[in-house]
Design a protein around this ligand. Structure first.
Ligand SMILES: [Zn+2]
Length: 448
């Protein structure tokens, strides 16, 4: 439920499968390239940085930086998936999965303890396996594009914390999962997927309150006027919010974003401090309108309802494929599915399944993001600010405007920026007045 496209897989699935690198990072924005050159704000906001000029006009071509950064992201996504799958296959088929169980067995004989220790060891192994790519994609490349604001030591510290959190989350999850495998035999996958859904709900509920604050400081939005305006908008839309949060995301990176997270009373609307610096109040209000759309339209629950049958199918596949592999390859040293040593095989089968299900999940997500854009437009009646914010995301975060339709269909969790600007243009055409304030003339505002 973020504002910008980051990566495809939902954060919670990544947390669940903590071995994957992508979790919190997304495409990006060089600090040197702030939009300060556009003086004044065509629409009268006194934002810290101006609104884009003529935002409802034709979408400009992608500049080389946007292209190279975005295309690199697609490639990295593919390399990450292929390497992760290959690495897991090596762990399983080299017999290392069984060796890990011997090590875990030394720590105790209780089945639950062995599963938990195994999960922690496995988290460490996968972390090590992904580390080189992680350093390149998460640090070196982000630094080269001017997004990373951390030293290597600080980045590594955050990464270590993330490893700790995912090791704990995975240990708890696998202990529960293996109890169902031991108790229910061949039918475990039904109960297992129900448990996974409950677990997703739990992790989503605790994320904003217990996990996110481990990495950043959250505080009420400091700008009192903006805060009052946003809360007023929330009240109009029937959202019982009494606070809007800002987070010091600039500690890690200059990427811009905003999100809604939480469930069961922990819901939070959060703005990155980077967005507060770079966006005008009108643009921020549109971004907030988009996030409120996710909230009002119940997107978190709908996503869970959508994922439930997906998880069920995935667990069914895990059961059938893993059993077949275990039975046909006794040399691997995995005695049965109920043994902890089947963990890497389970994760391998499940991640191949997720990769195949990825385009369907991404399409579902794009649909929700489009609805949230429409909601934001209705809530603010400000297509100029909407289009301006999309143009800024492209320029500051190097998200290319013009995305190949296949790339968009397969990988994008959000509609491409061109498509989102198109939605704003359409709204402006349908609602006359608001949109016409920016004429299509190349010459800029001499008015205000
Ligand atoms: Zn969104």
């Amino acid at each position: 439920m973020t504002y910008r496209t980051s990566r495809v897989a939902p954060l919670v699935l990544l947390l669940l499968l903590g071995w994957s690198r992508a979790a919190a990072q997304g495409p990006a924005a060089p600090v040197g390239q702030t939009p300060k050159e556009a003086p004044g704000d065509a629409a009268g906001d006194e934002g810290p940085s101006a609104q884009v000029e003529n935002p409802l006009g034709d979408v400009p071509p992608d500049d080389p930086g946007m292209e190279s950064y975005s295309h690199g992201n697609y490639l990295l996504y593919l390399v990450d998936i292929l390497w992760s799958a290959a690495f897991l296959a090596i762990v399983v088929f080299s017999g290392f999965a069984a060796t890990l169980q011997e090590w875990a067995g030394k720590a105790g004989r209780s089945p639950n303890r062995r599963v938990a220790i195994y999960a922690v060891l496995f988290a460490l192994v996968t972390f090590a396996g992904g580390f080189p790519l992680d350093v390149y994609a998460g640090f070196l490349r982000e630094k080269a594009y001017g997004f990373a604001n951390q030293t290597f030591a600080a980045w590594l510290g955050d990464r270590g914390k993330r490893l700790l959190v995912s090791a704990i989350v995975q240990a708890i999850f696998f202990v529960i999962l293996y109890v169902t495998i031991r108790r229910l035999g061949r039918r475990w996958w039904v109960a297992g997927s129900i448990l996974a859904v409950l677990f997703v709900i739990l992790v989503m509920a605790i994320y904003p309150v217990f996990i996110a604050p481990l990495f950043n400081t959250f505080e009420p939005l400091k700008d009192a006027r903006l805060r009052a305006e946003i809360l007023e908008m929330a009240r109009r839309e029937g959202i019982p919010a009494d606070e809007v949060y800002q987070v010091d995301a600039s500690r890690q990176s200059s990427h811009d974003n905003a999100y809604v997270a939480g469930l069961l009373g922990t819901q939070r609307i959060v703005l990155y401090d980077t967005i507060l610096e770079q966006f005008t109040p009108r643009e921020i209000k549109f971004v907030m309108g988009h996030e409120m759309g996710h909230y009002v339209l119940n997107h978190v629950w709908k996503t869970i309802a959508f994922l439930a049958p997906v998880l069920l199918a995935g667990f069914f596949l895990v059961d059938r494929v893993s059993r077949r592999v275990i039975e046909s390859r006794p040399g691997l040293g995995i005695a049965s599915l109920a043994e902890p040593s089947s963990q890497p095989l389970i994760v391998l089968v499940f991640s191949v399944f997720l990769f195949l299900a990825g385009p369907a999940i991404a399409t579902f997500s794009r649909m929700q993001e489009h609805q949230a854009d429409l909601f934001g437009l209705e809530a603010t009646h400000d297509p100029v600010a909407a289009a301006s914010s999309f143009l800024k995301f492209g320029r500051l975060d190097l998200d290319e405007y013009h995305v190949h339709p296949w790339i968009e269909a397969l990988l994008y969790s959000h509609p491409s920026l061109t498509r989102r600007i198109g939605t704003a243009q359409e709204y402006a055409r349908g609602h006359g007045a608001t949109g016409t304030s920016s004429e299509r003339s190349g010459v800029r505002r001499s008015d205000r």
